[in-house]
Design a protein around this ligand. Structure first.
Ligand code: SF4
Ligand code: SF4
Length: 82
């Protein structure tokens, strides 16, 4: 996979609404698979114990979640090139 030049930073103001989980393109792609199992799938973002949790491995840092979050809990961070 190409090196990401962005990452998503989380904060603790998340209200656990789950909007980010439902619009994440990585998640929606996984959900379309016949063998999709929500407990097992490596979702890029999910709500756990009332807060959104990002998976750095699968998140492609597209920023869609950060743009839609109603409380601006997620921030797109540019990673400076080396
Ligand atoms: S930045 Fe990551 S978690 Fe957020 S919508 Fe894009 S792939 Fe999903
Ligand atoms: S990060 Fe934002 S959109 Fe995602 S569950 Fe938390 S409050 Fe909702």
């Amino acid at each position: 996979m190409a090196k990401k030049n962005k990452r998503i930073e989380q904060s603790d103001i998340c209200i656990g609404c789950g909007i980010c989980v439902s619009i994440c393109p990585v998640n929606t792609k996984l959900e379309k698979k016949d063998e999709f199992d929500p407990d097992d799938a490596q979702l890029a973002i999910k709500v756990y114990s009332g807060k959104a949790v990002l998976d750095e491995e699968t998140c492609i840092a597209c920023g869609a979640c950060a743009r839609i979050c109603p409380v601006e809990s997620l921030t797109i961070i540019e990673i400076p090139s080396e």
